[in-house]
Design a protein around this ligand. Structure first.
Ligand code: SF4
Length: 690
């Protein structure tokens, strides 16, 4: 028997083939037929078979720390949520969910909160990952649409990677890019990153930009393109806002970027001389107090030159999590409605309410992640259900989140792991099924929807998340709307709703799968949306048709934001390493993966280390008013003086060193609500024993 599924880690969304041996072991290989990876896997995907152990799994529902049963736990959660809603209104409760949920689970959570509880207080850890891209897309395109496909990176003559350590964070895309460059050595790769990352090994040009200077750099590019006649007048006729965007760009013509004249000229020269340009961007752009403006500064250059939605051309946001994109499609963000509809639009809300036969409907956007936990802290949210994520270690100012959850009236957590910093703070913990046990689908960064399939039974009493949500919904009186018997039925309903949304102008349309049978769902091959009777996959916007009311694209005037004022001397950059995923609950089970980088570390420039008396491999405290962590000093000129870097993976559960997210300031981009996770102000102190 073989089972085709999708890797549960990053947003590349690679297909895998699983071969159980009948003795409880499996082998996992890359799926040669999957369009994302064509058989390739990275180190994490290759080690999936080593990470299926049941150590630490949560096997039974728990109430107040004691083992319980499903009926008692579901009854209690339904009662407590109903009580809060009756006493304090629907906005007194919240769901905090995850880009690692399958689309079907995500859809059910969103339907329950927005259509039946009647609040939009559902947000997701994807807020920490790509919310700025969503906001930037909406401003420029009128919809949250990724214009291109992965093959555009292979077809481009210039690939610009901005704030994206593709080699470690999207490794199979990096492999595809490296192979393309080997086939076509004339391809030029530019890396824009303050840090010298593993991705620089492929770069023809590394622009070691001043942190946060992305808006200044792309504004200066826009001015150069305009002044040297490199615009596309025919395409610009299909774009609003050019004059305002260019005027704003001129105002920041002298803003510092940290680059030499020569480097800047080389960057501009490559854009001037090349039609096929793809700009890939990721967390270095999104996780910023000015993330949305950075996204629009990039999009402006592509819109002004018509380099969008054609082979080998376009801006390309790559998502961090395996189903960040699926979460966007179901409306799992507090300021979104399902199927890319607009929560602020009464016609859209009414259409969804009618489709769901929902008794009520959220009338406006809910609280975004940081604001949601503020509301918990202030007692405005009295009951919160956290699903498939661990905010007690991953949210900015995580110590504050732990205090808020400890003081909250009622905390519910659904997780596959028994003992996390978040489950410890819960009144009720539901045992959730995980990868290999769940049936559903995910969408990767290029809009490709793939099935995740089960190949083994859930251990103990664990259940898939949508079944847990439906169990609570039924006890709240809504069994008629939550009575599916399989993930296939949920997908069929979602596909039918996408057809309704498309008739209202939504770009997200998978109505070709409306009413899909369980057998067809079981056999469903990966496909890129839109998927309708008339159209399957492809690119968007190449013909200058956008989803704004005018049908035109929009250039957005943006100017660089001033750096936050601080009296602390170092700027802490955070990120992933190659072989671990988030808080390592899965990858930590593989000795092979843990051998790559075995412990948490802090990259420090040699000049800073000398000034602070920090020896190579010594322990060093990194701290600010929010918390502190003890890390091994890695002295390297990969970072610039005044900047330090630490990986995000080690937590209170895996290291006594402390949690990096404790140090991250909960300062957010005002448009997207995404935290500024790459710019915490910190200080350092060499560790002294005793
Ligand atoms: Fe999994 Fe991402 Fe690696 Fe592909 S690139 S195997 S999706 S972790």
């Amino acid at each position: 028997m073989t089972v085709r599924s999708t890797c549960p880690y990053c947003g590349v969304g690679c297909g895998v083939v699983i071969r159980p041996d009948g003795q409880g072991r499996v082998t996992v290989t890359g799926d040669p037929d999957h369009p994302a990876n064509h058989g390739r896997l990275c180190s994490k995907g290759s080690a999936l078979a080593e990470t299926l152990g049941l150590d630490g799994r949560l096997l039974v529902p728990r109430i107040a720390g004691k083992d319980s049963d499903w009926d008692s736990a579901l009854d209690l959660v339904a009662q407590r949520f109903q009580h809060c809603i009756a006493e304090h209104g629907p906005d007194s409760v919240a769901f905090y969910v995850s880009g690692q949920l399958l689309t079907e689970d995500y859809y059910v959570a969103n339907k329950l909160m927005k259509g039946f509880i009647g609040s939009a207080n559902i947000d997701t850890n994807s807020r920490l990952c790509m919310a700025s891209s969503v906001a930037g897309h909406r401003r420029a395109f009128g919809s949250d649409t990724v214009p291109g496909q992965y093959e555009d990176m292979e077809l481009a003559d210039v690939v610009v990677l901005v704030g994206s350590n593709l080699a470690w964070c999207h490794p199979v895309l990096y492999q595809r890019l490296a192979a393309a460059k080997e086939r076509r050595p004339e391809m030029t790769i530019i890396v824009i990153d303050p840090r010298q990352t593993a991705t620089c090994a492929l770069a023809d040009l590394h622009l070691q930009i001043t942190p946060g200077a992305d808006v200044a750099l792309f504004n200066q590019l826009l001015v150069a393109l305009a002044d040297r006649g490199a615009l596309d007048p025919a395409f610009l006729a299909r774009v609003d806002g050019f004059d305002e965007a260019l005027a704003a760009a001129r105002r920041s013509a002298d803003a510092p970027t940290g680059l030499t004249e020569r480097d800047l000229a080389a960057f501009v020269g490559l854009w001037l001389g090349t039609e096929r340009v793809v700009t890939v961007y990721s967390q270095g752009v999104n996780q910023s107090q000015q993330g949305t403006d950075k996204v629009n500064a990039i999009l402006n250059c592509h819109l002004a030159t018509g380099r969008i939605g054609r082979p080998g051309m376009g801006p390309f946001s790559v998502t961090g999590q395996p189903n960040a994109m699926g979460g966007r499609e179901v409306g799992g963000l507090a300021n979104a409605l399902t199927c890319h509809l607009d929560i602020e639009n009464a016609v859209h809300r009414q259409a969804v309410q009618t489709f769901w036969s929902a008794p009520t409907m959220a009338g406006q956007a809910g609280l975004k992640a940081v604001d949601m936990f503020r509301a918990v802290e202030e007692g405005r949210i009295k009951a919160i259900w956290i699903i498939c994520t661990n905010p007690a270690v991953s949210m900015p100012e995580a110590a504050r989140i732990r205090r808020a959850l400890a003081a909250c009236d009622f905390v519910v957590v659904s997780d596959c792991m028994a003992d996390t910093d978040t489950t410890r703070l819960a009144d009720v913990v539901f045992p959730a099924a995980t990868w290999g046990e769940r049936e559903g689908s995910v969408t990767n960064s290029e809009r490709c929807i793939s099935r995740q399939r089960a190949f083994r039974a859930s251990p103990g009493m664990a259940r898939q998340d949508w079944r847990i949500l439906a169990g609570v919904a039924a006890r709240m009186g809504w069994s008629h709307a939550f009575s599916w018997s399989s993930s296939a039925e949920i997908f069929a309903e979602f596909a039918a709703l996408s057809g309704v949304a498309a008739r209202l102008g939504s770009d997200f349309d998978i109505s070709a799968h409306e009413g899909i049978s369980p057998a067809r769902y079981e056999a469903l091959a990966p496909f890129v949306w839109p998927a309708t009777a008339e159209r399957q996959g492809g690119r968007f916007f190449g013909a200058g048709q956008f989803h704004t009311p005018s049908g035109k694209g929009r250039m957005v005037p943006v100017t660089p934001a001033p750096a936050p004022v601080t009296d602390l001397p170092f700027r802490l950059n955070t990120g992933r390493i190659r072989d671990h995923w988030h808080t390592m609950t899965r990858t930590g089970q593989s000795p092979r993966l843990s051998a790559h980088l075995a412990e948490p570390f802090l990259e420090i420039h040699p000049e800073d280390a000398r000034r602070r008396g920090i020896e190579p491999a010594a322990l060093v405290w990194v701290y600010n008013t929010h918390g502190r962590a003890l890390l091994r000093a890695l002295i390297t000129d990969r970072v610039r003086p005044g900047e330090v870097f630490a990986p995000i993976h080690w937590t209170g559960e895996t290291s006594a060193a402390g949690r990096i997210a404790d140090l991250v300031t909960a300062r957010v981009d005002p448009v997207s609500g995404q935290p500024d996770s790459k710019a915490a102000a910190v200080d350092l102190q060499a560790f002294k024993a005793g």
